[in-house]
Design a protein around this ligand. Structure first.
Ligand code: PMT
Length: 402
């Protein structure tokens, strides 16, 4: 697996003899982990059929701006929004000129204007056309606008000329595409993350729970996706949208969270327990709503299963990361949990400060981990949960490599 895991590549194919290589390019992009959709210009269809690229990509090939079928489902704006990268290969001299002029007279140029995704062009044309001042001026304009170029290669051309203008090899183009995305640190890794609170019912309308919003766990899910992992999120009840490309399992109680986590363990390389799991639940939940009666009332609670401890004692023990929410003696309590729960790493957050931690946009944490040479640690000052999640995922990737 390469570094295009979870990335959506919109491949635009122009009309040039190198269009036949786009079939192999689709494959190479997919081998690197990308999902590929294809746009073809009218000229491209003279060189290779849409059916070929549809069969290889597994998706309908788009070729007409005024295709009513496409406009209903996946029109140019949807394609533009869908893409993480727009890759034009082969990019002809005509395509470069039309992009430089800002034209929007076909699907390719319209999507190019409408997308905010990075753009990578793999030029392919006759060597004299490439060297022509007009093409070089268009190249300078497109580079100045932030477009990236892979190639062209130099050598013998289909027309018999020798010189620069051959489309780069599909493997090299796929590598250029991957290099535009920074991480890939967890490429191919299967990550299970718990998030949010659990709810332990007292009766049909009441429950014991806590203030966890799920924001920290969902930020971790996004960071893991960005790093190329596949992510299963086991979430207690929260009011957050499931991050793109994350597979979410909604649960209520600690027991339900445990059950789902156990079924996911067979396909799990890294487990991150970020959920605020209730340590206790009512010994028995009443079937009917509890009525007011005496002045005082006692609840009898019983211990919930410890999800992290169950994960780390499982035969298929993954690399395991826990959180510690503490109001005092942060390091001491967190180190105790690191040892007792058999974790590889723990993220300790001080939840006595209500501006961070539970139900806040921000957090601060002390990361503690076990290494061959002893324990390591990293203090992360207050920052957004997205930033902290990125740091945690990088640290996990680093420890995994070590
Ligand atoms: O959800 P947010 O609003 O964004 O808030 C984030 C957070 C404060 C909830 C998060 O950063 C956090 O600290 N999560 C862990 C909360 C917690 O329950 O901590 P704990 O110290 O009680 O538990 C230690 C670890 O054991 C945790 O990884 C917890 O998931 C796990 N645990 C706890 C109890 C239990 N029965 N099973 C468990 O697996």
């Amino acid at each position: 697996m390469g570094h295009l895991n979870n990335r959506r590549v919109l491949l635009a194919v122009c009309g040039g003899i190198a269009a036949y290589k786009s079939a192999e390019l689709v494959r190479k992009l997919q081998d690197s982990g990308a999902e590929v959709r294809v746009i073809m210009t009218r000229g491209a269809q003279e060189f290779i059929t849409p059916l070929t690229l549809q069969a290889l990509s597994g998706n309908t090939v788009h070729h007409s701006l005024l295709d009513e079928e496409a406009e209903r489902g996946m029109g140019h704006i949807e394609l533009a929004r869908w893409a993480d990268l727009m890759l034009i290969a082969p990019a002809t001299a005509d395509c470069m000129a039309r992009l430089a002029a800002g034209r929007a007279d076909d699907l390719l140029t319209t999507v190019a204007l409408a997308t905010s995704a990075p753009m990578l062009l793999a030029p392919a044309m006759n060597q004299q056309m490439w060297k022509d001042l007009a093409t070089q001026a268009n190249l300078a304009t497109l580079v100045e606008r932030g477009m990236h170029f892979a190639g062209p290669d130099s050598g013998e051309q289909a027309c018999g000329d020798i010189g620069p203008g051959r489309m780069l090899d599909p493997v090299a183009i796929a590598e250029s595409a991957a290099s535009l995305f920074k991480s890939g640190a967890l490429a191919g890794q299967r990550v299970v993350i718990t998030a949010g609170p659990t709810r332990e019912p007292l009766d049909p309308v009441r429950y014991i729970s806590n203030h966890s919003s799920g924001k920290m766990g969902y930020a971790l899910a996004r960071a893991a996706i960005d790093a190329g992992a596949s992510v299963q999120l086991v979430s207690g009840p929260v009011a957050l949208a499931v991050p793109d490309r994350v597979n979410c399992h909604s649960v209520g109680t600690a027991q339900e969270m445990l059950d789902v986590c156990m079924t996911l363990l067979e396909d799990c390389d890294i487990f991150i327990g970020c959920a605020a799991v209730a340590d206790y639940r009512p010994l028995s939940a009443c079937e009917q709503k509890i009525k007011k009666s005496s002045q005082e009332m006692s609840l009898q609670l019983t211990r919930n299963p410890d999800i992290l401890a169950s994960v780390t004692s499982h035969i298929a023990k993954p690399f395991s990361v826990g959180f510690a929410a503490e109001t005092e003696n942060l390091r001491e309590h967190a180190l105790g949990k690191l040892e007792r729960k058999g974790l590889n790493m723990i993220v300790a957050n001080d939840v006595s400060d209500s501006s961070i931690g539970f139900n806040s946009e921000n957090n601060a944490a002390l990361l503690l981990w076990r290494e061959a040479e002893g324990n390591g640690e990293l203090n992360v000052e207050q920052c957004s949960k997205d930033v902290l999640a990125g740091i945690i995922i990088s640290k996990i990737a680093h420890l995994r490599r070590a």
